[in-house]
Every structure is written in C-alpha cells, then in structure tokens.
Design a protein around this ligand. Sequence first.
Ligand code: ATP
Ligand code: MG
Length: 571
Amino acid sequence: MKTPNLINYSDAYSKFDWQREQKNLDGLPNGGGLNIAHEAVDRHVLAGKGESLALRLIRKDLSREDFSYGKLKNLTSQFAHVLKNLELGEGERVFSLLGRVPELYIAALGSLKFKAVFCPLFSVFGPEPIFQRLSKGDAKVLITNSQFFEKKVKGLLDRLPTLKYILLTDSEEDLSDQVRSLPNLMRLSPADFEIQPTQPEDPALLHFTSGTTGMPKGALHVHQAVLTHYLTGKYVLDFSPGDVFWCTADPGWVTGTSYGIIAPLVNGVTTIVDEEEFDALRWYQILEKEKVTVWYTAPTAIRRLMRMDFIPKEKFDLSHLRLVLSVGEPLHAEAVIWGEKAFGVPILDNWWQTETGGIMIANYRSLPVKPGSMGKPLPGVVAAVAEIEGNEFRILDQIGNQGHLVLKKGFPSLFRGYLHEEERYQKCFRGDWYITGDLAKIDQDGYFWFIGRADDIIKTSGHMVGPFEVESTLMKHSSVAEAAVIGKPEPSIGELVKAFVVLKEGFDPNEEMRLELIGFARKTMGPAVAPKEIEFVTSLPKTKSGKILRRLLKARELGLPEGDLSTLEKD
Ligand code: ATP
Ligand code: MG
C-alpha cells in the first residue's frame, strides 16, 4: 500500500527505534528480557533506591500509607509466590475486585512478576458485570474482600467453573479450599521472587474498554508495552527525579493502570493513590498537602472543578504543580485556558485508548500548546487520517484533511487481541494500519483535532457534524456546564442535531434560555449544523471512566433498547 508523504514528521519520528529505547531500561538479569514489574519496581531497588517512596496511599481520613520501592518489591514478590504456591500457570488470569487499597497495587505488580495476566475490575460493578468479565476472561484467581465476596461474587460461583481461587484481603481464615485468606498466604511466602525470563510478546494485562459505544471489549496487552509507559512518562508526563505524580483514575479503567501504576513507577517517581471518589475540596487539599508536581485527570472532573465559584490557586497552595494533563474525552479549549487561571499552568490534553495501552497523541511539554487540540503524535508513533468506504482504505495527505484516525502498527503497547473476539480484532486493521474508530483532522502545523467517534457522527442536510464541535460551541455560552449532542433520524434532512444541556447553577432551564442557546449556536456555527432541539437535563449519563454515553441518550430518545449498561455510573 502506498503511503503518502507524512509531511509533518521529521526523520526522527519515522526512524524512531523502539528497540534502541530498550537500552534505557534494565531488563531482567542474564538477558531475561523486559518484565513490567521488574522495570517498575525491582530495578530501582537493585540500583540502590529501595528507600525512595514509590506509592503513597491517601486514606479516607487523609492519613497516609507509604510504600517504598523496597517494600513494594518484597510485597509483590510475596504475592508472586502466593500464585506460584497455588500452582497457577503463566499467562493464566488473575482478576481483582477491590477499591483503591494497597492489595490492588500489590496484586497487579505481583501478578506481572509471576507472569500471570492481570485484570482489574471496578469495585462498584454489580454481580452481572463482574460475572460477564470473569467468565469472558477465564478468571483463575480473584482478589477481593469479604464484603464484595458475600454481596457480589458468592452467588456467581456455580456459573464460574474455571475460577479456582478467591483470595480475601481482609480475612484471617480460609473459608474453604477455594476461598482463602490472602494475609495467611502472604505470611507463608518469602519476600524474594525470581522473575522468569519474559519475552516481549508474553501477555501481561487484560483491560476492558469503557463501553462508551457498546459492550466493553477485553483488550490484551503484552510485557513489551512497558516501553510505551516508560517513554510517555518521560516525554508527556515529563517525569524527573523527585516528582510527585497523581493520576486520579481507578485501575478499573486502563488509565489507572498504565498511568496510576506502571508509568510513574518505571520512571522511579512517587505515585499518589486516593482511596476516595471525586470531591473538589478534598482533591485540592491532596494537591496542596502532597505537593503534587504532575497531575493527570479527566475532562469530566475538570468540568466539575470549573463549576466551583473560586480560583483554586488563590485558596490553596498549588505552587508546586508543574503540569496538569487530561485524557478520556475531548478537552474544550476553555478548559485548557481555565487551567492557566486555576493552577497557573495550562491543562494539556492527550489522546489514547484502551487498545493503544498508552498515550499516542499529546500536547507535550516541548511543543507549544494548542487549546482544543489533542496535540501531536509521540516520537515513534505514526498517526494519519484515512478515508474508509467498505473495503476501500486510503491514507489522506496529512495537512488539512479529516478522516478516520489511524495508527501505524509497530509501537509496543498496541493491543494484541480482543479476548474471544478475533474477527472484531481483525476488523480493526488494514495492512499496517490500526483503525481507532475515532475521526480527526490534522492542521497545517501537524496538530490533531478530535472530531468525534465514527459511531457518533451526525449526518444532517448533507453535512457531517461531530458532536464535539457542537458541544464545544454550546460550552462557550456562559450558562452551559455540560452538553451532549446526538443525531435524531429526521426524513427530510437525514438527522436532526439534538443537544442535551446541563446549565450552570443560577441559570433557569426555561424557554427563553432554550431559544437563546439555539440562537447562539446558529450564530456561531451556522444554521445548518447548529442544534435544532435542546433539552435541559440535570446530569448526563456517563461511564465509570467519566465519558458521556451518547448512545444511551440516543436509545432513550428513540425508544430503543438501552444496550449494555454495565459501565454506567450511577448518580
Ligand atoms: P468503548 O471502546 O467500549 O466504546 P471507549 O472507547 O470510551 O469505550 P476507552 O478506551 O476508555 O474506551 O476510551 C478511548 C476513547 O476515548 C478514544 O477512542 C476517544 O474516543 C476518547 N478519547 C480519549 N482521549 C481523548 C481526547 N484527549 N480527546 C478526545 N477523545 C478522547
Ligand atoms: Mg473505544
């Protein structure tokens, strides 16, 4: 397949050598290869940094529980021994169903040490989503606590014949041969574990997608992905010695694993974990008290922070914050600029997916920030836009075009499969290109701009409209806190643009306001693509990772089945 000139990439981009980058990591002794847990934990201890603070857990009462790299090495080794003593096989799957407690992090890294495949689930899942994932993932071991076990798992056991062991983090006694006490097993295990040679393609992690567009898919990742975690940590998160990093995501979402655990630890900095859920004042307290230098969060949280009626840096000492980043959904230009006022630094948007395992496109430090854009592809990542019509696939010239966002295979963290969905996986590829399912455009400076998910694009009166563009326009109005836009079938024009709007406090959702917003959008965007219908709502349905569920709004609007709602965040 002929590839047009990728004019916005210097030679350094296309010749970027991932293999050579491996030299920056240590590898297992005696040429045993890259193992994520070794790179994240053990290598720092071997280099004499065992005393450094690796992970600090903030408990509900804001007290701390600290884990040095040395302590983490011992605990994760013990956990790896637990799996070995249970006679688990390499590549078999270990799941967790836990809040953000130390055992979750120990189990994740310990499983990687043992070379099991680790899969963290959101602790707020109910029994059915848990069942779906455990059975689809052929879970052999589940780490959970007594309460979750009793309430959510016990009733499923008959339907989970392959689940061999359930390890309870808070029980001092075994309940049966199958349901065991993790503390007891840990006590019986030595704190030294020899990691077996690890091949680049050895499976490491299973992560379910957010379920924004449908039933969540199980994306499989391999140990080699650690190179992406390491490099994006270095270039995008700009880690340097002494950094205190806080990623607010739960490991149930890939961000909470790739960036809540792996990337900061591989880079030897301190990672903060907050046991609690979102709470604006608490978050500012943590940023202040822990002297967080690099902060990674999501647009949904930023929009909530923007609604508060004070300027954070005037109320809290946020002077140590050097970098704030966002991922998960498009970040509106207003939010990027608000960051400057709120924290003294802009909020840097970056784009990636469960499937890509790590950040691919970013406003990174060495580039001028373009508010509203996703930034540029990382060194070593070749991104482009393509036209896809049935079996036709054509990469478009780079500048000024819009199309399907595609990535060239070859970066280490690209997923290696959708679990038990081979056909769906194959459909994501055309030759060397991976089709992300998103639409984007590239500007004259080579920056990528998000248009929408291919599934969400609205066709109205011969125009293609991305919901993001309409939502961004509405959010420019001083009354709008959040907006979600869908296409509603309408025979004369194809689809009608409909917006669901959450107003800021103090604004009335009345007819006058509705007309005002429609007029504002028509003036700003032009009448053809502006919303024709606006409905005021008090909140928007979101996934647990904070993404607006447009498909649910649409299904409800059209009276269609609501589809899989396992990741729907309950209010
Ligand atoms: P599913 O694949 O199950 O529908 P999902 O795509 O939301 O769910 P994730 O892998 O968590 O699951 O999310 C990746 C998607 O999130 C991207 O494909 C993109 O649509 C969106 N996204 C992530 N970061 C950004 C960003 N910075 N700007 C715009 N969109 C983003
Ligand atoms: Mg997706």
